[in-house]
Design a protein around this ligand. Structure first.
Ligand SMILES: NC(=O)c1ccc[n+]([C@@H]2O[C@H](COP(=O)([O-])OP(=O)(O)OC[C@H]3O[C@@H](n4cnc5c(N)ncnc54)[C@H](O)[C@@H]3O)[C@@H](O)[C@H]2O)c1
Ligand SMILES: O=C(O)C(=O)C[C@@H](O)[C@H](O)[C@H](O)COP(=O)(O)O
Ligand SMILES: [Zn+2]
Length: 368
């Protein structure tokens, strides 16, 4: 059985996120109505070895001429160098505007291939086939595409919505445990933003999903996509409400950048988990949110095997983190914007946050 979740908004063509099991085999027939001839499947070397042949056969069975374009696995591929290589190979394959880019992989592949699709011939269609939990619950939906630069995370990118997202839960069976837990952080984030009942389930019975239980994972993916698609539909370009999806990211992206985007030390999901803890602890310290709610967040994050304190991750300098945070895309005129909370499921956007207060908070949390 598959569950289609519609994504629609004022500024883009509506599309569906299809969530279910065993979907890769029917990829060709689902995609065929969108492509006339060629499909360039951008993927990473790990995913290519595991799922590339099945994806290619499914596409070829539907009459598409498909080719795998691989990049090295990992955050390092969200770079100008890999973007240039992908664009060059799209041209070498002879892709035209009636053809399709397919992103088969995690958030790294989705962000990179999506940006390549946004740029190639000034924009061609693309489809997301997310293979990590993080990509199924978050990055494949909503059209944010990007690469990093040494100065910041996702600093160069475009909004380019996919035409279709096919999230096959079965693909998660090959995912390393650390990556399942990493994706769980973005699932928890969705509950923390606006759905306290969903968070209660994630922290209770649903917690089995963080260890890979397929039924819990499917429910977590469906609810996450419903939450994300509703927010994106209201505010595609992050003029307001979409910034809520950045809960935990102002702290998290700064930590990732300070660690040179080295995911062997800190994955994006781990950074978001710790960022959510910091956002709730800051909200409690500033009197916005009950301390008990911040403690529940720490408990759920720890139970999923994700970091809850700075010292578990590395040594950080508060001023260096503040400088990174001031370069965040939500910052305005050098003043910080943070996503804070009045409680679990009640996130809000706070502009003009005082840097000194945040600096004092980071020092109290263990930064030098
Ligand atoms: N665009 C958005 O809205 C958005 C949202 C959240 C995160 N992101 C971005 O996503 C990226 C993180 O994505 P990620 O966590 O998926 O990391 P990732 O894409 O690096 O994948 C993690 C690892 O899992 C491997 N892998 C992928 N699928 C697999 C499978 N089915 N079986 C075995 N191994 C598999 C990959 O090769 C890689 O080594 C970050 O760059 C982050 O900024 C973007
Ligand atoms: O879709 C969104 O909007 C998000 O913020 C989702 C985040 O989980 C994701 O990491 C996103 O790429 C962050 O965007 P950025 O604008 O802060 O780079
Ligand atoms: Zn994220």
């Amino acid at each position: 059985m598959s569950i289609p979740i519609p994504v629609s908004g004022a500024g883009f063509q509506p599309y569906e996120v299809i969530v279910g099991r065993g979907l890769l085999a029917s990829l060709g027939s689902r995609i065929a109505p969108l492509a006339r001839g060629r499909a360039a499947v951008v993927t990473d070397e790990t995913v290519a070895a595991l799922h590339g042949p099945s994806a290619l056969s499914a596409l070829e069975a539907a009459g598409l001429r498909a080719r795998l374009l691989t990049v090295p696995p990992g955050e390092g591929s969200k770079s100008f160098a890999e973007l240039e290589r992908v664009l060059d190979r799209l041209a070498a394959f002879g892709l035209d505007r009636t053809d399709l880019v397919i992103a088969l992989g995690g958030g790294v592949v989705g962000d990179l291939a999506g940006l390549a699709a946004a740029l190639y011939m000034r924009g061609i269609d693309f489809v997301q086939v997310p293979t990590t939990l993080l990509a199924q619950v978050d990055s494949s939906v909503g059209g944010k595409t990007a690469i990093d630069t040494p100065r910041g995370k996702n600093l160069v990118g475009a909004f380019h919505q996919p035409r279709l997202v096919v999230a096959d839960i079965d693909l998660l069976s090959t995912l390393p445990e650390r990556q399942v837990r990493s994706g769980w952080a973005e699932v928890l984030k969705h509950g923390l933003i606006c759905d306290a009942a969903f968070f209660d389930w994630l922290a209770g019975e649903g917690a089995a999903g963080a260890s890979g239980d397929p039924a819990a994972l499917e429910r977590a993916v469906v609810r996450s996509v419903q939450i994300k698609s509703a927010i994106v539909g209201e505010d595609e370009k992050e003029a307001g409400r979409r910034a809520l999806l950045n809960l935990g990211h102002t702290f998290g992206h700064a930590l990732e950048a300070e660690l040179d985007f080295d995911e062997t030390r800190l994955t994006h999901g781990e950074a978001v988990a710790l960022g959510c803890v910091l956002a709730f602890r800051y909200s409690a310290a500033e009197g916005f949110c009950p301390t008990g709610d911040a403690e529940r967040v720490v408990g759920a994050v720890a139970a999923a095997g994700l970091p809850t304190s700075l010292d578990q991750v590395g040594s950080f300098d508060a001023d260096a983190l503040l400088k990174r945070m001031a370069g965040d895309k939500k910052a305005e005129g050098g003043r910080l914007t943070l996503v804070l909370a009045r409680g679990i499921g009640e996130a809000f956007v706070q502009k003009g946050v005082d840097r000194k207060t945040v600096g004092g908070f980071l020092r109290a949390e263990g930064a030098a």
